[in-house]
Design a protein around this ligand. Structure first.
Ligand SMILES: *Cc1c(COP(=O)(O)O)cnc(C)c1O
Length: 367
């Protein structure tokens, strides 16, 4: 790029974009380059295995339906809500963006986030020109007094349960109190990206009681389909209708709908459930192992497919793993998470390699 194009772009672009830092996703920090077998990827909370799917190219010359029936039927059955209360999106990330674009007038309205939390709420708000108010978690739970102060000052409140990167579910009583607080003033979004790891704890069935509740879901985590880019927004019919005015005209490509509906059939769901049980048992043994390590200060409880822990040796551990081509996520820049690292639950062999590399290092450095 020449300097003159650069200055033209800087002259024309929205000024706030010039210094904006985009979301530092795991994949932007460490590109896969299509060679996923060369490293052990435990930094993006993906599932280790890949399913087998058939894609027909029969109708690829035609635009897909706005919300393909096969997909909507399958998800509506899975989440036990009518189709009118489901919107399929390009990942849950698109749901986050649409909610902000639907409810926040730029340079006027605010969202509330509860850090430490998922980074995309703030990035999408910033992109749209919505203000961001932080009401930090207290001991990884909601600060309800802090939230009460935001009533009337925010349009959308983002809660994450199980939380990323913290890992724990929010107590149902607290989510209910937040819904009550904002009943007449704001949308309360419960991001359930990891809910399959404790499915009975979903709040999707509360949609009949709370007009201001929105639930976000994804096929990227428990369903092992992060590469597909498919998520869902569950909400009242009125909210879904409003969001449908903002979303792209053909948001779900035909091959995506086809693969996603296979993942949601009986066989697909059985596979997902088996994978979830496996992840949970691997997670519990990783937690036990971490707790037994002298260098590990705190292990956070997890209801998801990852484990967050705190160690004064976080740089040593991150770097030694990197040397062995094992990638985990450094969360230490997040509020309240100094010295914290996050490990995604990969396969048994991947986690064994991780433990072995750490053991080797500490034996050699006898600390
Ligand atoms: C991974 C993740 C998402 C994004 O999911 P996609 O469907 O892949 O866009 C949303 N929220 C949380 C909390 C996540 O961890």
């Amino acid at each position: 790029m020449t300097d003159s194009t650069n200055s033209l772009v800087n002259k024309l672009a929205r000024t706030e974009l010039i210094d904006m830092v985009p979301y530092q996703s795991a994949r932007r920090l460490q590109a896969g380059n299509g060679a996923f077998n060369e490293k052990i990827w435990l930094n993006a909370n993906e599932a280790p295995g890949t399913g087998e799917y058939k894609v027909s190219s029969d109708c690829i010359n035609r635009y897909p339906d706005f919300q393909p029936d096969n997909l909507l039927d399958a998800y509506s059955e899975y989440c036990a809500l009518p189709k009118q209360q489901v919107l399929a999106t390009r990942g849950a990330d698109e749901g986050i963006e649409l909610l902000i674009r639907t409810f926040c007038t730029p340079y006027q309205d605010n969202i509330v986030i509860c850090p430490p939390t998922y980074g995309m709420y703030a990035i999408s708000a910033e992109n749209h020109g919505a203000g961001i108010t932080k009401v930090p978690l207290i001991n990884n739970e909601l600060d309800l007094d802090g939230l009460a102060e935001q009533v009337g000052k925010a349009k959308v409140v983002f809660l994450c349960s199980p939380g990323n990167p913290t890992g724990n579910l929010l107590p149902h009583g607290q989510i209910k109190q937040a819904l009550e607080l904002f009943k007449d003033d704001a949308i309360v979004v419960v991001d359930e990206a990891y809910i399959e790891f404790d499915a009975q704890k979903s709040v999707a069935s509360w949609l009949s009681d709370y007009d201001n509740l929105v639930v976000l879901r994804t096929l990227s985590k428990a369903f092992a389909l992060a590469g597909l880019r498919c998520g869902f927004t569950l909400a009242s019919e009125a909210i879904i209708t409003m969001m449908s005015k903002v979303i792209a005209p053909y948001p779900i490509s035909a091959p995506v709908a086809e693969i996603a509906s296979q993942a949601l059939n009986q066989t697909g769901l059985a596979k997902m459930n088996a994978q979830v049980s496996n992840v949970i048992s691997l997670r519990e043994s990783l937690i036990d192992w971490l707790k037994a390590q002298a260098w590990c200060e705190t292990v956070f409880p997890s209801d998801a497919n990852f484990v967050l822990f705190k160690t004064a040796k976080k740089d040593e551990i991150f770097n030694l793993l990197m040397k062995h081509n094992i990638l985990i996520r450094d969360q230490s820049k997040q509020q309240q998470l100094a010295n914290c690292l996050r490990i995604s639950i990969g396969s048994e062999q991947e986690l064994e390699s991780l433990k072995k590399s750490i053991k080797l290092y500490f034996n050699a450095n006898n600390s």
